[in-house]
Design a protein. Structure first.
Length: 385
């Protein structure tokens, strides 16, 4: 059904990882916020007009911008509600893992208007401290923590993981692992004081459907897809800038096509059936124990929405795709990068912010990157200090 592109690119030293830290390395080791639950950073958030809400009725669209940058993005409020998840057996192009259909209730949340762009993600790799210390400007405690968090370096051959489009800051960030997407959300939480994470699979489909029950958010006719999505039939080379096609009814762009988007948890083929049978209380499945090698292998996570590298039926609202181990086939490093894929330039993500943040550290574990992955990678990577 799909032509998953494989790029025969030699990666001599792709994706070397470094830990960005403050001027005082001891401070960074002690305060590295990857080890702290995200809810600990929500006190005194950075001001953003219309971003404060205690109830669903108070939720408004707001523009988020990381302090010290000029890269804003909009967060769209989504009211909570129930919907039917999955596809009917009569839907053209349907796969078995899209059923049985189940009724799911979703709590209110904000979701990013478009996929995270290179302009946004590249700020993750910058250091506010390094940019400002030469000006002898005092940093806030929040800014110190932002710089203390481990973050990826630039990929050695970023062209291969981005269709040579990483310099186009309005294009979606791509070739990123599930861990990288989670780490970005954690960094954004620390930087802003608002709780960001990946969407659950149910939240993603709810937002994509925008109240519809059809194969796509605009109806059942795949011939109309070219008006809403960049996909196999209308691209020349890879994805395109965000917001260049029509949005869905809730104002969200590129929910179909462009890049596939990570959602929380790992793939389980019969998850819908288990949920229907009452064996699963939550459609969010995490491994009993995360390991660095699980992440480095790159398999068994869920991506949604189809991509520029897939056909129309794989861009349907209910379509579920799975990350593959061969997405890292040409990564020559040991250990393999926890940040980038060598063969999946069509994978990206967008962020959500729940109206109600996690209640405690234990709940945070459902949504945040496992610190053991970072620690194990650092221990095995001889290039680390």
């Amino acid at each position: 059904m799909t032509r998953l592109a494989t790029f025969g690119v030699s990666f001599a030293a792709i994706c070397l990882f470094t830990v960005s830290c403050c001027t005082n390395s001891a401070y960074a080791q002690e305060k590295n916020p990857i080890h702290t639950p995200g809810i600990e950073f929500l006190k005194d958030p950075i001001p953003a007009e219309n971003s404060v809400a205690a109830t669903e009725a108070e939720m408004k669209l707001y523009a988020e911008k990381v302090p010290g940058t000029e890269v804003p993005f909009k967060m769209i409020p989504i009211k909570g509600g129930k919907f039917v998840m999955g596809s009917p057996t009569s839907e053209e192009g349907r796969a078995e893992n899209e059923g049985p259909q189940i009724e799911v209730e979703v709590a209110p949340f904000w979701i990013e208007e478009h996929e995270v762009t290179w302009g946004e993600f590249q700020e993750f790799g910058q250091e506010i401290l390094k940019q400002r210390r030469f000006k002898q400007t005092d940093l806030t405690e929040r800014e110190k923590l932002v710089d203390a968090m481990g973050k990826p370096t630039k990929a050695y051959n970023i062209s291969a993981i981005s269709y040579s489009k990483s310099s186009k800051l309005d294009h979606p960030a791509s070739g990123l692992t599930y861990y990288a997407a989670q780490a970005y959300c954690k960094w954004l939480t620390i930087a802003t004081g608002r709780y960001y994470r990946l969407p659950t699979e149910a939240e993603w489909e709810y937002a994509c459907r925008a109240g519809t029950k059809t194969a796509y958010s605009f109806g059942d006719d795949p011939k109309q897809l070219e008006n809403y999505a960049w996909f196999m039939d209308n691209v020349e080379e890879g994805y395109n800038a965000v917001k260049t096609k029509k949005p869905n009814a809730w104002g969200l762009y590129d929910m179909h096509g462009n890049v596939s988007e990570w959602v929380l948890g790992i793939y389980k083929e019969d998850a819908y059936q288990q949920y229907k049978d009452g064996k699963l209380k939550l459609l969010l499945i995490n491994p009993e124990k995360w390991t660095m090698m699980h992440v480095a292998k790159g398999d068994n996570h869920i991506v949604r929405g189809g991509s520029c590298d897939q056909f129309a039926d794989e861009c349907r609202s209910a379509s579920r795709n799975i990350s593959q181990e061969d997405w890292k086939e040409q990564d020559p490093m040991f250990p393999k990068s926890i940040w980038y894929y060598t063969e999946a330039p069509y994978v990206g993500f967008r962020v959500v912010r729940p109206l109600t943040p996690p209640k405690d550290a234990e709940e945070c574990k459902l949504y945040e990157p496992d610190t053991k992955i970072f620690d194990d990678y650092k221990e095995l990577n001889t290039r680390q200090n």
